[in-house]
Design a protein around this ligand. Structure first.
Ligand SMILES: [Zn+2]
Length: 373
């Protein structure tokens, strides 16, 4: 199927326009699920801690079974939006879509943690991080996922997440707009045949994404933790891939990253459908740089020039804290002063030594300036 054909797909034509922005819960996606249920099987697969229904969508009739789950962390909605776009693409037919649906069967849980999604929290309603509950399965959402996994016996699992704006691609000042991980299945982080398949699929996706966002793809830390769902499924011999939707410049609503996640998932499905996963070189996985943690949202250097209370060499860093206010996620700036000897990058950077920047930095204007929509 080739990278060219995937890259040529016009994402704007299949983008699900009814679900946008950062705040996505079951209410937002219910009209979409109703609509898609004409073409694909939408099922209730269980309930959350607060009794919200967890749903899955099943489509295709091919031999390769792939299980996706998104919003296991309730405030990580970007991959959910990408999954809706993917469903639109697959519903619309076309040769690539038909080929995928004839070779693969997909089961997608768009929101595994509906309570967290509604409250815009990482954890579920009992304040448990579901991605640390793979062994205990103390939470209803963890039981639901495991039940689906046991019954469906997937050949591949796509574990869909979002990451904060702090991540750069190590050794560069580029943001980690998309990061991947082939989770370890033991503390030695050995490479089994199963884990190698995860790596190869990531290499295939990385190849495609490098043509769209060169240098903005990172590799997530592979420290082993059996309580993480990806590691747990990898232990059970299912190639599992962690997808992390990250930040692109000025994309706080994550509408751009959504597009890259769509292409990445489609590329993975195309490679699985072609049965060419084995053709990719797993060593290339290690050539993807790791994630660094060097970004702040706004970096203002040499603030002593405009603020006599600050020491020379001090920088102001701004990190946005996401807060749900009246059904909207707002980005509240948290300000801190640091020694600028630390290596940090800002998604926006100003230097007070540069007089052109000074106008922006009058204290009275700062809070206005830091507002983002
Ligand atoms: Zn997550």
């Amino acid at each position: 199927m080739g990278i060219m054909r995937i890259s040529e797909i016009d994402h704007s034509k299949i983008k699900e326009q009814t679900v946008i922005g950062r705040y996505v819960n079951m209410s937002h996606i219910t009209p979409f699920l109703k609509r898609i249920s004409v073409d694909f099987l939408v099922e209730n697969i269980g309930g959350s801690a607060l009794g919200e229904t967890i749903k899955s969508i099943t489509l295709g009739d091919g031999e390769f079974r792939i299980l996706f789950w998104s919003q296991m962390h309730g405030n990580e909605s970007t991959t959910t939006k990408a999954v809706l776009d993917l469903l639109n693409f697959l519903k619309d037919g076309g040769s690539i879509a038909n080929e995928i649906l004839s070779k693969c069967t997909l089961k997608i849980i768009p929101i595994l943690n509906p309570d967290g999604a509604r409250a815009y929290t990482r954890s579920n309603a009992n304040d448990i991080d579901l991605n640390r509950d793979a062994q205990n399965r103390s939470q209803p959402e963890s039981v639901v996922l495991r039940k689906v996994y046991d019954a469906y016996k997937p050949h591949y699992c796509f574990n869909l997440h979002g990451q904060r704006t702090i991540f750069n691609v190590a050794g560069s000042r580029k943001p980690a707009t998309v990061s991947f991980l082939a989770p370890a299945y033991n503390p030695e982080r050995s490479i089994s045949e199963t884990r190698a398949l995860s790596m190869k699929l990531i290499v295939a996706m990385n190849q495609l994404l490098q043509s769209q966002i060169p240098g903005q793809i990172g590799r997530y830390d592979d420290g082993f933790n059996e309580n993480c769902v990806g590691d747990a499924f990898q232990m059970l011999d299912t190639p599992t891939i962690l997808f992390e939707a990250g930040h692109a410049p000025r994309d706080y609503q994550r509408e751009e990253t959504r597009r890259y996640l769509f292409y990445a998932m489609l590329q993975a499905l195309a490679v699985i459908s072609d049965d060419t996963v084995g053709d990719y070189d797993q060593q290339a996985y290690f050539e993807i740089p790791e994630n660094g943690k060097q970004f702040v949202d706004v970096l203002i250097k040499n603030v002593a020039c405009i603020d006599s209370e600050q020491k020379e060499g001090t920088a102001m860093v701004v990190r946005y804290q996401e807060q749900l206010q009246k059904d909207k996620v707002v980005f509240v700036p948290q300000i801190e002063y640091v020694e600028s000897t630390e290596v940090i990058f800002g998604h926006l950077e100003y230097d007070c030594l540069n007089t052109k920047d000074l106008g922006l930095l009058k204290k009275s204007e700062l809070s206005n300036y830091l507002q983002i929509s």
